[in-house]
Write a protein that binds this ligand. Sequence first.
Ligand code: 13P
Ligand code: SF4
Length: 304
Amino acid sequence: MTILQMQQEILRLKKQNDILILAHSYQGREVCEVADFTGDSYALACKAKTAVQSTVLMCGVRFMAEVVKILAPEKRVLLSDSGAGCPMAEQIDAEELAALKEKYPNALTVAYINTTAELKTLCDVCVTSSSAVKILKSVPEKEILFVPDINLGKYVAQKLPEKQFYFMHGGCPTHVRATGADVARARREHPEALLLAHPECRPEVWEQADYVGSTSGIMNFARESSAKEFIIATENSIAEHLQFECPEKRFYPLSKDFVCHNMKLTTLFHVYDCCTGGGEEIVLDEPTRSAAKKCLDRMIELGG
Ligand code: 13P
Ligand code: SF4
């Protein structure tokens, strides 16, 4: 089969088998092209709640498929590749979080959505990169225990100086590869380009950015901007998608190492396989699911 033939077969099969295909924007183009919806983690979570299909296939990483199952338990939820986990989601377990909560008893416990379902059961509210500032600005608590991403946490903290933040030393192994030296080199090579950065980057990267936002935020900014050149400081699929969408503009990845190998595990064949009975079905026990749902419901309520 050619790529096109496989894509056509997937489009036929997903209709026949009542499957909604969700794809995070870090997926490759051939996967995004067969998806019903592509977006950042906040938008994917909201989409899960309104899906009408009986099966939802998540082309992304495990915590994203878990979020779908938590919010839409009546659906059959598939993860395209069992090995696709987010390493950051595994950086803190329930026992370690319990110890941190004891250390900061007055703090609101805030989980980045890149966490396991089990960890979410111990948190007060979940946030994503696109919703964190808005959500934490709206809560009455002055003290915030933010896990696991210290870079995103610091970005939010400098936007909300009235709050006291406590962090752990977690972070995305892909985003931390980019450094201030990469920014200096990219600026030298592309002096006219705007730097658009994800807040999972180190502060030395996002402090120099012309725009900081989620994957969808970066894409919307670049689409709407009158500028012609952009340095993209997040996973390299974003630069590729933008280059296809806006061929009159130029998009330069900040670093060739900006590749999330977990996101890239899903191939078009995995999608085809899931449409014909394959894939891993996400199963969560009911007490975990319903306890984890509370902080996601609060995220959607406060995030709008
Ligand atoms: P977004 O919410 O911006 O899509 O980020 C998810 C993620 O895993 C970034 O590395
Ligand atoms: Fe996780 Fe980083 Fe990959 Fe996002 S880019 S899924 S945070 S490892």
